[in-house]
Design a protein around this ligand. Sequence first.
Ligand code: AP5
Length: 222
Amino acid sequence: ARAATPKIIIAGAPASGKGTQCELLKERYGVVHLSTGDILRAAVRDGTPLGAEAKGFMDRGELVPDTVIIGVVKERLAAQDCQEKGWLLDGFPRTKAQAQALESLGVAPSAFVLLNVPDELLVERVVGRRTDPATGKIYHLKYSPPPPEVPEERLVHRSDDTEEKVQVRLRAFHEHCDAVAGCYKDVLVQVDGTAKKEAVFAEIKGAIDAALAKEGEGEATA
Ligand code: AP5
């Protein structure tokens, strides 16, 4: 039986490791990585109308309105690359309304991966996180330091990565998490996100491979 085209959602609190795992998942499955946070940050940087709408919310650590983000994701998922290669949605859906919007488009994931990390650990991850705008790679000054050839002055510390703003982002996450996960009970994969990134990845990969094989069998016999 052939495995199905991967359609994966990855969810978890701010700094739970979604982006880090997506780098590995993208490599393994060849899917299109759609991070709504990255899309919005690029729009802010480029000064597009979407960026102008989103900026204030993002600076405060709040969610941007559902109406703003749903249209963006809808358009992106319909594009040919996502249809052919499959997709990995990172940071969407984040509210029940966003999950319902996906459902109404007939979009159903093969797996909904939820990374579990206690709040106390997330603050330290946020404060030490640095990203490399040249490569898009994510580092942590203590847990995943950049290699010597990457100059530290090139690295960026996100403006919403402060102790104060992560509290606002955590509140938004906890307010919506159960309602969103509840929409995906049949494909929910809960993963301990506190382990080393390679161990977290091994667990996610095992669950996704099993989900795709099962889906592929269903398609073959349908
Ligand atoms: P977004 O960019 O999605 O931010 P987030 O959900 O807060 O997630 P992060 O990017 O902070 O963290 P991550 O889970 O990817 O962790 P990472 O791998 O980097 O959203 C930003 C904003 O955009 C939102 O606040 C909102 O305003 C808006 N937005 C986006 N989507 C939206 C939507 N759908 N609706 C409305 N608004 C939306 O890891 C973090 C750090 O930990 C790194 O330094 C990393 O090196 C380290 N690390 C990772 N894994 C491990 C490990 N296993 N052990 C030790 N350290 C680790």
